[in-house]
Design a binder for this molecule. Structure first.
Ligand SMILES: [Zn+2]
Ligand SMILES: [Zn+2]
Length: 152
């Protein structure tokens, strides 16, 4: 499935006149096969073994290009670095406030909220962002373990 999406993405870029390079292909593949919402830095680190000459700037340039082509979404978090999401279907995120892990989950799009916001404020509403925060299963296990060790 990821392969089909990769071919589609390559085709989309080709139509927009973007030349495919081995590095660009690798970054695109990484994004499409990842469910981790990686940062540019994480992408860079994972690929630098295979592409020792690749710079962080190359990763950033490609991410911008993919975003402009509508292949990925950028999730900004104030001062912290952006995360990138190749899942372009409507979905929401649940975020672990211990480790920062982001997990996708499906929920019917809350278009009613947008409508109400628009009606109440007069804004022309384009989009919305909803994030759920909590403790991921892995951190729950770890915290539980720490508690046990502390008690014994
Ligand atoms: Zn966690
Ligand atoms: Zn996502």
């Amino acid at each position: 499935m990821a392969n089909g999406r990769l071919m589609e993405a390559v085709e989309t870029l080709k139509i927009q006149g973007v030349r495919m390079t081995p590095q660009r292909h690798a970054i695109l593949n990484y994004l499409l096969s990842s469910i981790q919402h990686p940062t540019a830095d994480e992408i860079y680190k994972s690929l630098s073994d295979n592409f020792p000459n690749m710079s962080v700037a190359t990763v950033y340039n490609n991410l911008r290009l993919f975003r402009e082509a509508g292949l990925i979404r950028e999730l900004t978090y104030g001062d912290a670095s952006s995360r990138f999401d190749a899942n372009m279907n409507d979905h929401y995120h649940v975020i672990c406030h211990h480790c920062g892990h982001i997990t996708d989950f499906d929920y019917p799009v809350l278009s009613q909220v947008e409508k109400s916001a628009s009606e109440m404020t007069g804004y022309q509403v384009n989009t919305h962002r909803l994030e759920i925060y909590g403790t991921c299963p892995m951190c729950q296990k770890e915290l539980h373990q720490q508690k046990k060790e502390h008690l014994s």
